[in-house]
Ligand binder design. Sequence first.
Ligand code: PDD
Length: 287
Amino acid sequence: MELGFFDGEFIDLKERRVLLEDRGYQFGDGIYEATHVYNGKCFALDRHLARCRRSLRELRIPITYMDEELTAIHNDLIQKSGVKNGVIYFQITRGVAKRNHAFPDSVVPLLSMTIRESKTNTKWQEEGIHCTLFEDIRWLRCDIKSLNLLGNVLAKQASHDKNVQGTIQYRKDTNLITEGSSSNFFVVKDGVIWTHPISNLILKGVTRSILVEKIIPSLGYTLVEKAFTPEFAKSADEAFATSTSLEVTPVVHLEDATIGNGKPGDVTKSLLAAYHDLVKKECGSLS
Ligand code: PDD
């Protein structure tokens, strides 16, 4: 069952509620997180909550929802909805106030959440996906998981328009790849794994952090956190995208180029297997 949480109450998702002067609705003035539920348990919720707090701090939205409370609502949503495998989305906006760009004098941040069943696309993981390249036209604080997603929306639509599964963005001024429309991006070349360094130009993905901090060192691979060009990516041996929903998904075509032999590579497959092992360890099973 799909379920929502709005302003302190659990609600049926069909009972859609929006407060007209919620600053999230009018300005995109808020932040969000999306967490994967496996086997009725949230994976890596602590990392998502830490990023949520950072996003709030960066936007100067008061932190009024403590981790314990957010964790309890996540668990209640899972229990009340009966969802075993799915995604929990939550957003916290600066709250409701008469429309004016500057922060209101007093605000009560507003939390809303949804839970839905969803399945990881295992076909994409087994066969790899095709991606298009798209100019990264987003603002210069992509490190904040803000509700303002129009740049990401236009980037993702480019892949739909071209009938491919994903979009990889690059900055025109530097000709350097940043990340996907809602994922981080990696390539493997000559046995070395490359990804864009943490900066204001990318989101520090939870999946990326788990790979960088735990999985890549444990498998003994070398990681280079350095930006690279689309041409470099096209000539890579392997490429993959990471996110809460994609986990580790191989990218086998980039625009007009075939990556490696057009099949998911061994490094990518080993990273996905290790990621699944971590999920099983934390959540008991993958489904
Ligand atoms: N998006 N980069 C961007 C721009 C993203 O929107 C996301 C996640 C990521 C990967 O982050 P993580 O590994 O923490 O999921 C990177 C989520 C899934 C979304 O927008 O729904």
